[in-house]
Design a protein around this ligand. Structure first.
Ligand code: GRF
Length: 230
């Protein structure tokens, strides 16, 4: 593992858009004692609003525009994009990668290389509602409890070992926007908490299950694994 200048693990946050989860990670990591340092934010979209927000926090940013990576037939060249992404991560001596609304499928080669060191936040209680439009689909299915998941990334999308989940109720009259906002508030709670566990080396991957040592979290939702309230 590359060692950072301060000794804390170096984290890259990958985004494609507004970056609210990225901000929750930046804010958590700015608190003294957080066991990791946000070393850079990388977006596959140069116009991502999150890049401005990261820059305003003095976090180094990079845009690696996926549109520029095409094969001879003009088709998207995912391997070439991932090679550029990997080179950027290596140049920054990154230890852990956080996908935070990063809307690009990664190649199996890239995910295998970073397996165990790359995590993602998904706006549903996996393994339910993989993929996009999770809040619309949760409402259409009539589920009564919805939520979000932080998991290790594996080659198959939205499938890797689950680190932490938070649940929220689905309320009468909910719209996708209202439900999504309720879930997003919990995303901002569990993503920094899960990253902390990973940075502290307190997550052990046991097959498809993540074992987690006891930890503290001031949570107001159902959060599994249960936390001692600090
Ligand atoms: C979040 O809902 C996250 O769970 C999903 O994409 C959305 C990104 O939002 N993967 P933001 O850019 O973090 O605000």
């Amino acid at each position: 593992m590359a060692s950072s200048r301060t000794g804390a693990p170096r984290i890259a946050v990958l985004i494609s858009g507004r970056g609210s989860n990225m901000m929750s990670l930046i804010e958590a990591a700015a608190v003294p004692g957080f066991p990791g340092e946000i070393a850079c934010v990388i977006s596959n979209r140069p116009d991502a609003h999150g890049l401005n927000r990261a820059q305003a926090c003095n976090i180094p940013v990079r845009a690696i525009d996926h549109m520029l990576f095409r094969d001879e037939a003009g088709k998207p060249d995912r391997a070439a994009f991932d090679a550029a992404l990997d080179a950027a991560l290596e140049a920054e001596e990154i230890d852990f990668v956080c996908l935070a609304g990063f809307m690009r499928l990664l190649t199996p080669g890239f995910t295998r290389k970073w397996q165990g060191r790359m995590i993602n936040i998904h706006p549903a209680l996996l393994p339910s509602f993989k993929g996009l439009h999770t809040h619309e689909r949760a409402l259409a299915e009539g589920v009564k409890i919805h939520g979000c998941t932080v998991h290790f990334v594996t080659p198959e999308m939205d499938v890797g070992p689950i680190i932490m989940q938070a649940a929220v109720p689905v309320l009468e009259g909910d719209t996708p926007e209202a439900l999504g906002a309720r879930v997003l508030r919990q995303e901002h709670v569990i993503y920094p908490a899960a990253l902390r566990l990973v940075c502290e080396g307190r997550t052990r991957i046991d097959g498809s299950v993540v074992r987690v040592d006891e930890f503290e979290l001031d949570a107001h939702a159902l959060v599994v694994p249960p936390a001692a309230v600090g």
